[in-house]
Design a protein around this ligand. Structure first.
Ligand code: NAD
Length: 348
């Protein structure tokens, strides 16, 4: 790090890079976005012009080889996360990797090994851990407020919210709503529970609604949204058991004929429980049942995530979302797919 400034390379110049990572880096003190890559060279050049970025390339190796770049954000389609992360780690760059970590468990294991072998800071972009309500639940959990958290229910049902673009193309995404939005709620709830070791998964996945023509609904649109194929599931349910006896149920959909739920996470402990979205703490006071809502300001979770990444680089700290967590979550995601395919519970 030259002159105390941290220089960032953005790898993948699509929606999440331009609308979340780049704006959040630009708000950080003594941080500069020095390079940008996308396989679509016009997109990379346009973004470089728009945000005043010095180095631009359609080959990610050129960006990770730039000596003055300290760290990278990996914002490509899921199929490129592993290759790019391993190369960036071998080049000694710190890494913030968008979710999901990888396409499968083997890739995630290789990424973890590359990060540890090269002694770099690797942080998973588990952005929901950085919401102010999530931070509060985690703080309460760590302080023992809930007692033993032995069960949790989490999910995210979208009635009609299938993203348009590569997300439904299995070879680019690795899966549908399980890997796209299930990753958020599984990670967050598991984090609240104290990250118990997952031991088995029983799941079903469905592809029943596919390419709908519903009017009047909005959806996430990837920057390349032509040639759409529907190869993934559009809903799933799972039951995950943990080594400490705890369990979690998960329901996710991009398209289902039921109510939109948004992200929810309900945790049940021996002393108290909590729900996220809306935030409610369920406990007893003076032998009365009490539902309470702590007062907190909403915060921009991407700003919090990026600021934590920068702080970890500056102070040599371990991020709150290390690659080991990315790998454990990947095991649960792929366990869901394996169980659904086999039609029975799988041991992780
Ligand atoms: N944290 C969140 O809430 C959140 C939200 C949306 C997306 N994401 C994640 O961010 C990543 C990007 O999603 P997006 O919505 O920005 O998609 P996008 O399609 O808008 O952008 C992806 C970019 O990757 C590039 N790309 C495609 N194939 C590539 C390859 N083989 N090698 C390198 N680059 C390639 C594309 O040219 C494109 O510019 C995904 O991993 C996605 O899961 C996270």
């Amino acid at each position: 790090m030259k002159d105390n400034r941290i220089r960032i390379g953005i790898l993948g110049a699509g929606n999440i890079a331009q609308n979340a990572h780049i704006p959040s880096y630009l708000k950080q003190k003594d941080v500069e976005i020095a390079g940008i890559f996308d396989i679509n060279s016009d997109r990379a050049k346009d973004a470089a012009n728009k945000f005043g970025i010095k180095y631009v390339s359609d080959n990610y190796k050129e960006i990770i080889d730039i000596e003055e770049i300290d760290a990278v954000s990996i914002c490509t389609t899921n199929d490129a996360h592993a290759e790019i992360a391993i190369a960036a780690a071998n080049a000694g760059k710190h890494i913030l990797c968008e979710k999901p970590m990888a396409m499968n468990v083997k890739e995630a294991e290789d990424m973890l090994k590359a990060a540890r072998d090269n002694n770099i800071i690797f942080m998973m972009g588990f952005v929901n851990r950085f919401r102010s309500d999530s931070k509060l639940i985690k703080e309460f959990a760590d302080a023992g407020k809930f007692g033993e958290i032995y069960y949790a229910k989490t999910g995210w049902f979208r009635r009609r919210g299938t993203p348009l673009g590569w997300f439904t193309n299995l070879s680019k995404s690795g899966g549908g709503p399980v890997i796209d939005i299930g990753v958020h709620v599984i990670d967050l709830t598991w984090y609240f529970m104290g990250r118990p070791k997952p031991i088995s998964v029983s799941a079903v996945t469905y592809n029943k609604i596919g390419n709908y023509k519903t009017k009047g609904v909005s959806r996430w649109i990837a920057l390349d949204a032509d040639n759409i194929v529907f190869e993934t599931e559009d809903s799933a349910s799972a039951f995950i058991r943990f080594e400490n006896g705890a369990a979690m149920t998960v329901d996710v959909s991009w398209a289902i004929n039921g109510k939109d739920t948004g992200i929810y996470s309900d945790i049940f402990g021996t002393k108290a429980g909590a729900s996220l979205n809306p935030l409610v703490i369920y406990d007893e006071q003076e032998n009365y049942l009490v539902d309470s809502t702590p007062v907190i300001n909403p915060e921009n979770s991407f700003d919090n995530e990026i600021s934590h990444f920068i702080e970890c680089i500056r102070e040599g700290k371990e991020p709150i979302a290390p690659p080991e967590d990315g790998l454990e979550v990947q095991k649960m995601l792929n366990g869901i797919y394996d169980s659904a395919k086999l039609g029975k519970e799988v041991i992780l």
